[in-house]
Design a protein around this ligand. Structure first.
Ligand code: URA
Length: 425
């Protein structure tokens, strides 16, 4: 077997054989296939696709590149959620403790933000003392004692994906449905969860810009999970505008704690509850009542225990950026659009995100929204507050925003996009 013949097969729109797939994933993980060869293959896959049989084999080969975790010793059923990534998507933070408070175990292996989308680990690291990196034994202990753990995936889990994802990120090959589906599902299947709910984002701030692409990605992942014995469901959810009223690490932690305390923006509450119901249902806990667990403080209790168990201080003051800049509404009327992608790029430029994996992020940087689509605004009122420790970044961030919103005259019909658009099982 050699890399060039595998690349040629896909370049010429052929179907990769199981042997070709197993070999190329294994050889790439071992360093025998070079980055430039894998880039060429990834681009051929982006351009020419893979069928379901190829995707299933590719996923299995990535799982086989590393270890598989096992939660059979736990007394509770395991259930997990994965989002394909968005702007202001802090849902994991209130969701994991909420579902744990309802009786499930939530092993949430999360990632860092890259590009305009935020990462759960970056958000939680704004809590003083909190540690993302746990050994497998520590992870199991936090899960067993608190019901939920949010941490970085260990190096042993799907190492082929770690390498390939980093390569795709710098070769313009992230947005290939077969590669996204196999990347996400290899990690989730190797993680060993019994049930999985996929939050497939659709809209300007998501990788999938159209509902058709989101459907295709969701149904591919649901089939991969189901065929591997993981009860898998997907919700297609709106990412045309940011979730909630914040995008940025500490800002999003604060908003998540508001939700756990019984407040917070309605769209964040609605999506948290919708995903919690799906996760509990998939775990067989059909009588659980997540609304009650949010209202009676039991989800907050799990949050506090979970943060403390990973070295964090749930009572610590969160970092605040040194400088603020207010963007004001240019006219009066109904805010009909506030673009998720533009807000995500601006937050990233303010220091909330990173350009390269090794870059640091600013805990306090990001954007607060003072209105959401459907709200009435008046000319001159604050629309956004930009936060950063490095004010020289304001100009660069503002350049992402000139076309980021529309205001229509009062009385213009406005149909809000529902947060949950479709369900695929
Ligand atoms: N998240 C992943 O883990 N992988 C992808 O390819 C895209 C989003």
């Amino acid at each position: 077997m050699d890399a060039i013949s595998v690349i040629r097969t896909k370049r010429d729109r052929g179907e990769l054989t199981p042997e070709q797939i197993d070999w190329v994933i294994d050889a790439y993980t071992r360093g025998e296939v070079a980055d430039e060869q894998m880039s060429a293959l990834a681009m051929a896959i982006l351009l020419n696709g893979m069928n379901r049989t190829e995707i299933a084999r590719w996923t299995a080969a990535m799982i086989a590149s590393g270890e598989r975790m096992n939660f059979d010793a736990l007394s509770r059923p395991t259930t997990d959620k994965h989002s394909t990534g968005g702007v202001g998507d802090k849902i994991t933070l209130p969701l994991a403790p909420l579902v744990a408070a309802c009786g499930a175990a939530v092993p949430q292996l999360s990632g860092r933000g890259l590009g305009h989308t935020g990462g759960t680990l970056d958000k939680l690291e704004s809590i003083p003392g909190w540690r993302a990196h746990l050994s497998n034994a520590e992870m199991l202990n936090v899960l067993d004692t608190t019901g939920a753990v949010i941490c970085a995936a260990g190096d042993g889990l799907a190492p082929a994906d770690k390498k390939l994802y980093a390569l795709r990120d710098v070769t313009g090959t992230v947005e290939a449905i077969p590669l996204i589906a196999s990347s996400i599902m290899s990690k989730k299947i190797a993680e060993g969860t019994g049930a999985l709910v996929l939050d497939v984002k659709v809209g300007s701030g998501a990788f999938m810009k159209t509902i058709e692409d989101a459907r295709e990605l969701a149904s591919t992942m649901v089939a991969l999970g189901t065929d591997s014995g993981v009860r898998t469901v997907a919700l297609l959810t709106d990412m045309s505008t940011p979730l909630g009223l914040t995008a940025g690490n500490a800002l999003e932690v604060r908003e998540s704690v508001d939700v756990l305390a019984g407040g917070g923006p309605q769209d964040v509450i609605d999506l948290t509850l919708a995903l919690a119901r799906e996760m509990l249902d998939a775990a067989g806990l059909k009588d659980a009542d997540p609304e009650k667990a949010l209202a009676d403080g039991s989800a907050m209790d799990v949050w506090r225990r979970m943060i403390s168990a990973q070295g964090g201080d749930p009572d610590a003051t969160l970092p605040v950026a040194r400088e603020q800049h207010v963007v004001r509404a240019m006219s009066s009327g109904i805010l009909t659009r506030l673009d998720a992608y533009d807000i995500g790029v601006a937050a990233w430029r303010l220091g909330a995100g990173r350009a390269r994996k090794e870059d640091p992020v600013q805990a306090g940087a990001g954007i607060e929204l003072h209105a959401k689509p459907g709200d009435e605004v008046t000319a001159g009122q604050p629309l956004l507050t930009l936060h950063t420790d490095t004010p020289e970044k304001f100009d660069y961030a503002l350049k992402a925003l000139p076309d980021s919103y529309d205001i229509a005259p009062v009385g213009t019909p406005f149909a809000a996009t529902p947060v949950v658009r479709e369900r695929i099982a």
